[in-house]
Design a protein around this ligand. Structure first.
Ligand SMILES: [Zn+2]
Ligand SMILES: [Zn+2]
Length: 328
């Protein structure tokens, strides 16, 4: 199967975290965490439509300035999500600059910022056209889903890192593969119509018809799907950064990341430094591996290593792999 989402850590495991997730065939990307993003090209950064921030510790959020700088002067809607206190964090950052000229710019940048609480979310809009003054507050319920689009959803769990900290999961509803050999045998060429066709399947609107270029008659989407499409389970990508190890967090992490194709999870310390991990509300590599095993994750990627292990990163990876492959 050709995956729809391509997750890529922006930096190495000792640097400020950020996971860049680009979409196949689409000039679009999502970000989990917003640490140092200088390793992204401007072109890549401008594809970002939604940013999901675990918490506003500086190492997870200092890329906000860089992203804002790149987007300023462009017509764009940027959506940001973060835990309790996030609106104040964003407003504090916006208050750090003078905006006297931006309301005259032809292209308007809108930030839609959502702060997630146990049972509700608060969204505010900040527009360059209004010099980023807070505007249009909306309060709505929160039941675990942050974003739902035609083909995928992003959900969150509120974890405890001494402060509330979000864990994220991106899930494709199902995956559509096209049978290339059938296309060839029917004499159909590939092109944008295939994207349109897939979108119709994702939207569940299979009753309609679609025009295949070079064919006289439009095809019924349902009929075409039976011929040329293979429908399979969708991709699931999860991300957990900064959480203390206790039963409540463990249960939430396992439920959120259940059956992920890949789990990116922090492993700040070795088990030998457990007291340190406890004091700082972080996971050890052994704990990260164990959680991934209990969640039935297919692939484990550990990151966010403490600088004390610089030059010794394989010790963290090995420890995580041991408990992932041989859970107690
Ligand atoms: Zn933190
Ligand atoms: Zn951190």
């Amino acid at each position: 199967m050709r995956p729809l989402f391509h997750p890529r850590p922006v930096n190495g495991p000792f640097d400020d975290p950020g996971l860049y997730i680009s979409f196949l065939f689409d000039r679009r990307a999502l970000m989990f965490d917003l640490g140092d993003i200088h390793a992204l090209s401007a072109r890549e950064a401008l594809k970002i439509s939604h940013v999901f921030v675990t918490h506003a510790h500086m190492d997870h959020f200092n890329g906000f300035d860089r992203l804002l700088r790149l987007c300023l002067g462009r017509r764009k809607d940027l959506y940001l999500y973060g835990p309790e206190g996030f609106l104040k964090n964003v407003e504090g950052k916006l208050a750090g600059y003078a905006w006297n000229l931006v309301n005259g710019y032809e292209n308007i940048l809108n930030l839609y910022v959502a702060e997630i609480h146990e049972k509700h979310r608060i969204t505010r809009k900040y527009s360059s056209g209004r010099r980023f003054a807070a505007d249009g507050e909306v309060r709505s319920d929160f039941h675990g889903t942050l974003l739902k689009e035609t083909g995928f959803s992003v959900s969150a769990a509120i974890l405890d890192h001494q402060i509330p900290c979000l864990g994220f999961s991106l899930e494709e509803h199902f995956h559509v593969n096209i049978r290339g050999e059938v296309l060839d045998s029917l004499g159909f060429s590939t092109g944008p119509w295939l994207q349109e066709f897939k979108q119709a399947l994702y939207a569940g609107s299979t009753a309609g018809e679609i025009q295949v270029p070079g064919q006289f008659e439009p095809f019924r989407i349902q009929e075409l799907a039976e011929k040329i499409a293979i429908i399979s389970r969708g991709q699931k990508i999860s991300y957990v950064a900064d959480a203390g190890f206790h039963s409540d967090n463990a249960e939430k992490i396992i439920a959120l990341t259940r059956d992920s194709d890949v789990l990116f999870i922090e492993a700040a310390f070795l088990e030998a430094d457990l007291p340190q991990a406890r004091r700082k509300f972080h996971l050890t590599a052994a704990q990260a591996g164990m959680l991934a095993a209990q969640a039935g994750v297919r692939r484990l990627e550990v990151f966010h290593f403490s600088p004390r292990y610089s030059g010794n990163e394989n010790a963290l990876r090995d420890e995580a792999r041991r408990t992932f492959e041989n859970p107690a």
